[in-house]
Design a protein around this ligand. Structure first.
Ligand SMILES: *Cc1c(COP(=O)(O)O)cnc(C)c1O
Ligand SMILES: [Zn+2]
Length: 418
């Protein structure tokens, strides 16, 4: 009932075959279901009475044995109605799906709970990934929970400190390679092909994307099955936009929703091969050799899932946009100060992109928009400190504090007796 298939030539592979790309043509794989069987299964299931979480949707997931599920309670993140941002930006309805609320602080946990469960089903003992930070933090946590050995390859140079701390404390073997993310990804692809006992959990592994599609299911359920007109999200390696689109199309196929949102991908100006291809009407990306942006989670020059992402954007009638680092940081601050949501820079690019598209008249005035904020702000505290007002230091003395705060020295109120 469940199998893997190549997105280009359609070649099929068994659900338990360890294969990361098509052996015939080299293209990406995706997980396929028999939707008639799934529909019948859903009729007998109590899934709709379960709390919001990734595993509320276990009938939709490619796992065999629910007793093997490795979970840290992922998913069930807030869909925040953002009235103050609506007033600032001028859009009609805006929600933020805040993925920083996941166990390790990013949406990667949705994919890893399924990916690691699959690793356990396949009896793997070692897992590996290349990562700009959040993938390694998440993989390390789930590997620890499942008692698997975990290896992560991170790029040289700056990596957000919170993410590094997570991978280290969860006990992963952290290897920093001299090169960028794209080099690290190339290394883990080769390593996992050569050493079959090492299971690769980058988003080229279609099982991870199965977990991430739950993000779309949750948005539908949180909006009472009335999907938004548009979903805006940051795009790096492009797995998430592909996964979310798959989720929406599956709910649609199963008759659970009757319309589909426009998928809108945002990339940082210095790392925007997909946005460029979309804007130029091209079917292929031109990889960027030295991707640069302050938003390290999307500093990727050769996104592995570019083809799925372009398909998602085109099929849904969506679009793509680029934003500068300044626009990203401004959006990060604006979201924190208007809605109380502290997200990492990559996540804020969705808000920055929405603002830019709306101001350019590329988004309709009466659309309902969901922006996905992909990771927690504490992942990258250095940036938040750099762009905020520094603390002021004064003596521990009332007068000095009053002076600093501009509080007048009022005469103490006396108790009036009647
Ligand atoms: C991984 C990640 C992204 C990019 O997601 P892709 O699936 O690689 O496109 C964006 N933001 C954050 C915070 C991430 O961790
Ligand atoms: Zn193929």
């Amino acid at each position: 009932m469940i199998y893997q298939a190549c997105i280009a030539c359609g070649e099929k592979y068994g659900a338990d075959e360890i294969v990361y790309s098509c052996k015939r043509c080299g293209d990406l794989l995706e997980v396929k279901y028999d939707y008639d069987l799934l529909e019948a299964k859903l009729k007998k299931s109590d899934w709709q009475s379960l709390p919001l979480s990734v595993w509320r949707y276990k009938d939709f997931m490619p796992i065999r044995d629910p007793s093997k599920i490795v979970s840290l309670n992922e998913g069930g993140t807030g869909l925040h109605s953002c009235q103050r941002l609506v007033n600032i930006l001028g859009v009609k309805h805006l929600y933020v799906k805040n993925e920083g609320e996941n166990p390790t602080g990013s949406f990667k946990d949705r994919g890893m709970t399924v990916g690691i469960t699959k690793a356990v089903e396949l009896n793997m003992k070692t897992v590996i990934c290349a990562s700009t930070g959040n993938t390694s933090a998440s993989l390390a946590a789930y590997a620890a929970k499942a008692k698997l050995q975990c290896i992560v390859l991170i790029p040289s140079g700056k990596i957000a400190y919170g993410k590094l701390a997570q991978a280290m404390i969860y006990g992963a073997k952290v290897v920093q390679i001299r090169g960028n993310f794209d080099h690290a990804l190339k290394m883990v692809l080769e390593l996992s092909e050569k050493h079959r006992e090492v299971y690769l959990l980058n988003s080229i592994n279609p099982y991870r994307l199965e977990g991430q599609k739950s993000l779309a299911y949750e948005i539908c359920d949180q909006l009472n099955r009335e999907p938004p007109d548009r979903v805006v999200l940051p795009v790096g390696n492009a797995g998430n936009i592909s996964a979310i689109w798959k989720g929406f199309t599956e709910f649609h196929k199963l008759g659970l929703i009757d319309k589909l949102p426009k998928m809108t991908g945002i990339q940082a100006e210095g790392a925007a091969p997909i946005a460029r291809a979309i804007k130029n009407g091209k079917d292929k990306i031109v990889p960027i050799n030295k991707p640069e942006t302050i938003a390290t989670a999307i500093r990727i020059g050769a996104p592995i899932s570019w083809k799925k992402a372009i398909r998602a954007i085109r099929e849904s009638g969506g679009t793509a946009e680029t934003v500068t680092d300044e626009e990203i940081l401004e959006a990060q601050k604006m979201l924190a100060r208007s809605e109380g949501l502290f997200v990492e820079p990559a996540s804020a690019s969705s808000i920055a992109g929405l603002k830019k598209l709306f101001e350019a008249g590329k988004i309709d005035k009466d659309e309902t928009v969901v922006c996905v904020t992909t990771g927690h702000g504490l992942k990258d505290p250095d940036i938040a400190i750099k762009i905020s007002e520094k603390p002021s230091e004064v003596d521990a003395e009332i007068g000095s504090i009053e002076k600093l705060l501009g509080l007048s020295r009022s005469i103490p109120a006396t108790v009036v007796s009647r």
